[in-house]
Design a protein around this ligand. Sequence first.
Ligand code: AMP
Length: 297
Amino acid sequence: MTERIVQTIRTVPQMRGEIAARRAAGATVGFVPTMGALHAGHLALIERAASEHDVVVVSIFINPAQFDRADDLERYPRDEAADVKAAAAAGATICFTPNVTEIYPQDFASSVQVRGTLTETLEGQERGVGHFDGMATVVTILLNIVGADVAYFGAKDAQQALVVRRFVTDLQIPVEIVTAETVRDRDGLALSSRNARLSAGGREQALAISAALQAAANAISNGSADSPEAANAAGIERLRAAGIAPEYFAIADPSTLEPARQLSGTLLIACAATVDGVRLIDNLTVSANREAATANC
Ligand code: AMP
């Protein structure tokens, strides 16, 4: 049986050395990049990686370059000891916990930028394209340091996963990208490190986000909506009823993120909203094959 003793590594040379040694012994490497405050969504990614690889690296690095607001960065939850313990229990073998200067030395001057609809819509429109530049740059750095066979990302951040797939393909980074499904609380709330900042009332109100996504998805799949606009209205109505004005509520092509022009094929429904002072995002995919259903009648 593969030994699962977690090791905490803080420097790039140590990380590279450890991976080289494990590879020399024939190990395969899975990688789960995180910003810490680990919850069951992260742990599901780690468990999946552990079921598929001998070595599982979990990075815990709060990337300042992808925060558009200083207060959001400051208030991001941090508990390294608890994270390392939880990662180990889920099957991590190495926790990579570099400090900011290890990743961004003083003379750091580079950036990875993905341009086009993938980064300019939804989160890019609200948070600025710099959010994705920061994410793409740090993920590229981490992929280069870890040199994993497979890196695991959550569908909770669907746009992020698409952007990662884009630059990994474009820059010929030799890693396979897996996107794993969103883990939710029993009442539907998508797990997020930011949920820890919600009051009990805020958490209750936040349930309207997954409910609104589901309302739009239902309107599409049961045929009560005959256009993307109508499905959108069903979702926004549910949010309004809970007193939430979303930053966006959108129905889009799940691979290009172009706005859906008609209800057909697989569609992504995505939402961002600030509830109780906490910015939350969530999404669902839904099959809208109504032509097929009609043709089968
Ligand atoms: P973060 O720590 O927020 O940067 O997230 C690290 C990874 O965990 C990203 O690939 C996220 O998409 C993924 N993740 C976050 N929340 C969830 C969730 N509820 N279900 C599945 N994956 C998630």
